[in-house]
Design a binder for this molecule. Structure first.
Ligand code: C5P
Length: 225
């Protein structure tokens, strides 16, 4: 009876703080967490390993069906196994993000990943993070949030994240990539990035993580729903 399992959806563009906020909220609630972007990134990485052309829709759809994706939550950090290999670090690269965004525009790929995402709806509840969680995957979610932040701040956050990991990037390059990805995600025909009509919009520009987490948690009528 998945329909009765509560869901909180947190959608928004890249760098809006979705991942950090969603994980913190899920932890506080003791709920499961779905990083739906990781599924698209995993297919992107698997397509790269197989040397597939990002313009070859048919091959990418087959790759989506053939790719196994597993989340390992046993350690301190969530690890993602793609076809049995730990691809956690590779998944976070801008190359994987750009491949994911290209692949995510293919309707059959999105359809193929739908059930895999819905399978995360397991008691006691789910916090689902992505672009279309509130609009397409869990339209009946009890709570929907749409996070935004200025493109400059999002690029700055990404810059610091990547710098910390020793990845060499420029702010200009990152800002360009973020704007290109936003445009592609917002303008695609299927499941474009947009807030659900019943989503609460929160602008995280200049706001600390804890303040945003508190605002999201305050939407739920009782913390122990
Ligand atoms: O959230 P993340 O940056 O990991 O997502 C990578 C890409 O996957 C996004 O740019 C978007 O194109 C795609 N995506 C999507 N629908 C989702 C989650 C991610 O189209 N629910």
């Amino acid at each position: 009876m998945t329909a009765t399992v509560p869901v909180l959806t947190i959608d928004g563009p890249s760098g809006s703080g979705k991942g950090t906020i969603s994980r913190a909220v899920a932890q506080q609630l003791g709920w499961h967490y779905l990083d739906s972007g990781a599924l698209y990134r995993a297919v992107g990485v698997a397509a790269g390993w197989a040397d597939l052309d990002l313009d070859d829709g048919g091959a990418l759809v087959r790759c989506t069906f053939d790719t196994t994706i597993a989340f390992d939550e046993s350690g301190d950090e969530l690890r993602v196994l793609v076809n049995g290999h730990d691809a956690t670090d590779e998944l976070r690269t801008e190359t994987a993000g750009a491949a994911a965004s290209a692949i995510a525009a293919i309707p059959e790929v999105r359809a193929a990943l739908k059930d895999r995402q819905r399978a995360f709806r397991v008691a006691p509840g789910l916090v689902a993070d992505g672009r279309d969680m509130g609009t397409v995957i869990f339209p009946d979610a009890g709570w929907k949030v749409f996070l935004t932040a200025s493109a400059e701040e999002r690029a700055d956050r990404r810059y610091k994240q990547l710098k910390n990991k020793g990845v060499s990037v420029t702010m200009d390059g990152l800002l360009r990539e973020i704007l290109a990805r936003d445009a592609r995600d917002a303008n695609r025909a299927v499941a474009p990035l947009r807030p659900a009509e019943d989503a609460v919009r929160i602008d995280t520009t200049g706001q600390g993580i804890e303040a945003v987490v508190e605002r999201v948690l305050a939407l739920l009528p009782a913390r122990n729903v």
